[in-house]
Design a protein. Structure first.
Length: 480
């Protein structure tokens, strides 16, 4: 008995020591990272033999990730690996029991960069998730704020991007709105169901009934709850006789491959069901024809269900530079099947034609988001590393921004950024939706409005905060 007890104690101590080593031993983690990349990485053939390294795992990954052009910044190395990453495993939120829920404010905003190129001049709300804390607090799309108050401290903008992010990381903030009306709104982080469908509706147009869907991330949900909801929406579209579809992906940064294929299948024409939707190149396919790549097909009519496939006549897809990954896949892979019946409206997309797998190992406290595939359409075409532009030669497409006013300043074109976006889904006020409805009704695109009276406000660029999605994810896998 005494020997048994000592053995148990020794095993427990050994386990504790091993566990501690597993967490802190960079060499052990880096060796796991390397061997995982050798097996899964799209560019595995570019890896040299493993060399022991005591660098932190994130620094180590930087030394081995694939670079196509080492003389440019990684963000501009379009044909290299811009996206693989490693991070410590995220602790589950105290209130979140599944990935269907988010625990934050529930809104995103544009950060408008001042002309000095460093500080953020102000924030402008671009969307609010229905049912979120921001929605309940009365924050609305188009609200502009130029000060953030936390506790007794009020910080006026312009602020550095880092400082603004630190302020927004607090549990409760007060936003000082200055447009369209002056007011102070207090919002507290909370738990809410993060449904990817922000808005859906059906409009009467000259070409018959037209369905409209604002879809913000590709997420199946626990037990496919969000996929099932998406199917129900399309069933409603079909039962009400919608023949055209406006798919709004302007804020969609990507998501799950399975849901991407589902959405494509719900939209596709009935005669194309079962055909190849996307070809996926992996490291085992290097040097081979795309015919040898893995294929994800549109769901068959029997597998999908006839009541869900909309069998669209005419499709419009709205994008901005924030539309990325799975959003781009939908646009790129539906285009060969729709041709000129697919109208691309908005701006060039972000540029991400690759997807990842999130890999974890219970022996370590790290997880890897590793690029494992590249997407090609049914004709074996990829090539949108720099984004998918709006084709100026296509009469069915229309390049426009989300800003309220457009004007010239010298040789460059500038946008006024303080103005009314219009409410999402209101076809006569929301700029981008209105442009599509005008084309459906009249067969022409609206003339771009110019105003000599608009004064340049000194703002040069904008980015979205927070970046809610992480791109195309094929699956989540635990590796033992």
């Amino acid at each position: 008995m005494r020997i048994f007890i000592l053995s148990v104690i020794a095993a427990a101590l050994l386990s504790s020591c091993v566990k501690e080593k597993m967490i802190t031993d960079n060499e052990g983690v880096n060796k796991w990272v390397y061997h995982t990349m050798k097996q899964e990485y799209l560019w595995s053939s570019s890896l040299d033999n493993y060399a022991p390294s005591s660098l932190s795992p994130d620094q180590y990954l930087e030394t081995v990730r694939y670079r196509d052009n080492c003389f440019t910044a990684l963000s501009h190395d379009y044909y290299g690996d811009r996206f693989s990453s490693i991070s410590r495993k995220r602790a589950a939120s105290r209130a979140v029991s599944s990935e269907d829920y988010a625990y934050d404010f529930g809104f995103s905003f544009y950060e408008y960069e001042a002309s000095d190129g460093r500080d953020i001049a102000y924030g402008q709300v671009i969307y609010v998730v229905p049912g979120s804390p921001a929605d309940r607090a009365g924050i609305r799309r188009g609200d502009n704020f130029n000060a953030v108050e936390v506790g007794a401290v009020k910080r006026e903008m312009p602020l550095s991007r880092d400082e603004l992010h630190r302020l927004m990381a607090n549990h409760t903030v007060k936003l000082h709105m200055f447009y369209p009306e002056k007011r102070v709104v207090e919002v507290e982080k909370g738990l809410y169901l993060d449904n990817p469908v922000i808005f859906d509706s059906i409009y009467e147009t000259a070409a018959g009934k037209t369905a409209y869907l604002v879809y913000n991330h590709f997420t199946s949900g626990q037990n496919d709850r969000f996929d099932d909801k998406l199917k129900d929406i399309f069933a409603q579209f079909k039962s009400e006789g919608a023949r055209n579809l406006i798919l709004d992906l302007r804020y969609n940064r990507g998501g799950e491959l399975g849901t991407t294929v589902l959405l494509g299948s719900l939209i596709a024409r009935e005669s194309d069901l079962g055909k190849p939707f996307v070809y996926l190149e992996r490291n085992v396919h290097r040097g081979k024809s795309y015919h040898d790549y893995d294929i994800k097909r549109f769901h068959s009519a029997a597998a999908l269900g006839g009541e869900y496939n909309l069998n669209v006549d005419r499709l419009y897809i709205i994008t901005l530079s924030s539309s990325a990954s799975a959003s781009e896949m939908v646009l790129h892979c539906l285009k060969p099947y729709f041709g000129e019946d697919l109208g691309h409206v908005g701006q060039k997309t972000y540029g991400k034609n690759v997807g990842s797998v999130v890999i974890t190992n219970p022996r370590y406290e790290w997880e890897i988001s590793l690029i494992t595939l590249r997407a090609y359409d049914c004709n074996g075409v990829s090539g949108y590393e720099k984004g998918i532009p709006v084709d100026p030669a296509s009469r069915s497409s229309y390049e426009t921004g989300e800003e309220s006013y457009l004007y010239d300043k010298g040789s460059a074109t500038w946008f006024s950024t303080i103005g009314d976006f219009g409410e999402i889904g209101v076809k006569n006020s929301e700029r981008m939706l209105k442009a599509v409805i005008t084309h459906i009704d009249r067969g022409v695109w609206p003339v771009r409005a110019r105003s000599e009276d608009v004064v340049w406000d000194g703002v040069e660029e904008k980015t979205i905060f927070p970046d809610r999605e992480g791109g195309l994810i094929e699956e989540r896998r635990i590796v033992f």
